[in-house]
Design a protein around this ligand. Structure first.
Ligand code: SIN
Length: 287
């Protein structure tokens, strides 16, 4: 089906499309919003260029997709708690998100989608890569699909704490390397979850591999037992044929579907500054 109100230009054969002909600072009429939504479902990650958005306008666009998902470990902006400001300063050597992952997988109801808006970008580097998890599932043999269909992953938000080391909230206290303000999730916030390795997308009905760096082991298996197969799926799912890479400019906005993608923030710009405004949208329990 073609688009009437927007232009949709795929950037690779795997996933990702740039959307043209839209100003996200205005309230989108229903037809335009429906086409943006369809472009997201068809392309898994969509990109908008040259947007000039105030925080309230970014939040309003995000809310068209659902409620806001609040991060358990990180605090939003004081006057706009929905927005996490991710800043990598010139002196930072760690890059937030520089592992393949899907957002909030350690939550029983992980984030449906994530919206990232570029405020400051380095002259080169700092791209984000995305991988298509439908393709990762479809490319498995029938035998491996059967194995994968029976597996569940155990996912943790605080991997070091789960190995008896310092908790995430203490590790990052006073540290600039966190690149966002830190908060203590409190004892009653759940930051561990079991999910099916093969997830059915609730809107498209398609099956996708659901995996990321938060996946610690398969449910009912030890880490040692799980490691070889986890490694296989992680490598298989992020092969170059399933990946696109986005080059940011100030004013670019990316919106990705966490239910059928993984992403990776490339940390190749030490000595430069990058500042992004991130909003995550609340999702459902994977099945
Ligand atoms: C993230 O993992 O959400 C951040 C991605 C990025 O900064 O490119």
């Amino acid at each position: 089906m073609s688009y009437q109100t927007i232009e949709v230009r795929p950037i690779t054969g795997a996933l990702g499309a740039e959307i043209e002909g839209i100003d996200l600072s205005t309230e989108l009429d229903n037809q335009t919003f429906d086409e943006v939504h369809r472009a997201l479902l068809e392309n898994l990650v969509i990109f908008f260029r040259d947007q000039d958005l105030k925080p309230d306008q970014q939040i309003a666009f995000a809310r068209r997709f659902g409620d806001i998902h609040f991060h358990p470990f990180m605090k939003g902006l004081d006057d706009h708690p929905e927005i996490l400001e991710l800043i990598k300063e010139e002196a930072d050597t760690r890059t937030f998100g520089a592992v393949w992952h899907t957002d909030q997988m350690f939550n029983p109801k992980p984030a449906l989608a994530t919206m990232l808006y570029a405020k400051e970008v380095p002259p080169a580097g700092g791209d984000t890569m995305y991988a298509n998890m439908y393709m990762a599932y479809d490319a498995l043999s029938d035998g491996m699909k059967e194995v994968a269909g029976k597996l569940k992953t155990f996912n943790v938000g605080d991997r070091m704490k789960s190995h008896g080391r310092e908790a995430r909230k203490d590790r990052y206290k006073g540290s600039k390397a966190m690149q966002a303000k830190v908060k203590d999730p409190g004892d009653d916030v759940v930051t561990e979850a079991v999910h099916p390795l093969v997830r059915t997308h609730p809107e498209t009905g398609r099956k996708a591999i659901y995996l990321g760096n938060h996946s610690q082991h398969f449910d009912g298996m030890t880490e040692e037992e799980s490691a070889p197969l986890l490694k296989f799926f992680a490598k298989h799912a992020t092969q170059p044929e399933f990946v696109c890479r986005f080059r940011w400019k100030v004013g670019s906005l990316a919106l990705w579907d966490n239910r059928c993608t993984q992403h990776y923030a490339v940390g190749d710009y030490d000595g430069e500054r990058r500042r992004m405004h991130r909003i995550t949208i609340a999702g459902d329990r994977p099945f």
